[in-house]
Ligand binder design. Structure first.
Ligand code: GUN
Length: 288
């Protein structure tokens, strides 16, 4: 392997330490404890793990963690009423409704019921619009974590060719907006892109966020490029054991890339660290 490994776990630890410092100052100097409310509807096992990790890390940096659970068959009105209560609660600075929601609930409606100033996911339509027009906004956590790692590794991104593979509202589209904001030349590729290999080959920066195991082979990577792999895919490994792989074929890509994030231990840990950072930002904005 010739690429530099971008260690998201270590980076996330540094971000959390910085957040913890901010929290200490807010508590000691202003008597304010930032608070994050996480809402989980139903008992999806993966969502339960995420929510548990969010709660633990929130408390570890000294913030208040409020966890709300609703049964899988709860009516949408019950969730909307809870969101309204959290919007009005001054001890809650950030609200996250864990997705996906059960089918009787309209996720768009629920997300847009969150006070945009408390929308630490950055999914509210007003935050999406603000990001798209270069105004101050809450920025979705996963793309924000990717941007932080890119800036840390490359310094200025101005003028670089960036290819984002995937056009989801959660990662692909906001990632493209952030890279544009840093003056990259941005291409958003997706399942209907013609000759994806050729598109990826011209990239100085590749952000892969499609959710398909190892779909980007190493020979698509331009020598020296920086590769950020957002994918977390469970595949069957040797002896029937499952293992996690990204959207990029790591071993072959690491022979050509200048730098690459591993899976696990790359983008993943940065997502919750950025959620905590967004909560402190929301708290600071709410308190002038
Ligand atoms: N489910 C999976 N990822 C996310 C996320 O970033 N935010 C929310 N709210 N739900 C998710």
């Amino acid at each position: 392997m010739t690429a530099v490994l971008i260690d998201g776990k270590a980076f996330a630890e540094r971000v959390r330490a910085r957040v913890a410092g901010h929290v200490t100052r807010l508590v000691e100097e202003q008597g304010i404890t930032p608070g994050l409310a996480v809402v989980l509807v139903g008992e999806d096992p993966a969502s339960q793990v995420y929510v548990r990790n969010k709660g633990r890390q929130t408390r570890e940096v000294g913030m208040a963690s409020f966890e709300h659970r609703l049964p899988v068959d709860a009516p949408e009105a019950e969730l909307l009423a809870l969101v309204e209560r959290l919007n009005a609660d001054p001890s809650v600075h950030g609200i996250l409704v864990q997705l996906p929601l059960p089918p009787q609930m309209n996720a768009e409606l629920v997300i847009n019921a969150i006070d945009p100033a408390k929308d630490v996911d950055g999914f509210h339509i007003s935050n999406v619009g603000r990001l798209g027009t270069g105004q101050k906004s809450m920025v979705p956590c996963t793309p924000l974590g990717c941007l932080m790692m890119l800036r840390d590794h490359l310094g200025s991104l101005a003028g670089l060719e960036a290819v984002v593979i995937g056009r989801s509202n959660i990662v692909g589209k906001p990632m493209a907006m952030l890279l544009l904001g840093d003056s990259c030349t941005v291409t958003v590729a997706h399942s209907r892109t013609r000759d994806l290999a050729q598109v990826v080959r011209r990239a100085d920066i590749v952000v892969a966020a499609v959710g398909r195991a190892e779909m980007v082979p190493g020979d698509w990577i331009r020598p020296g490029a920086t590769v950020i792999d957002v994918g977390i895919n469970r595949v069957e490994g040797e002896g029937g054991k499952t293992r996690l792989v990204g959207d990029v074929h790591f071993e072959s890509a690491a022979e050509r890339a200048g730098a690459i994030t591993p899976v696990p231990g790359g983008v993943g840990p940065m997502t919750i660290a950025c959620l905590l950072a967004n909560t402190v930002t929301a708290c600071c904005r709410a308190n002038g």
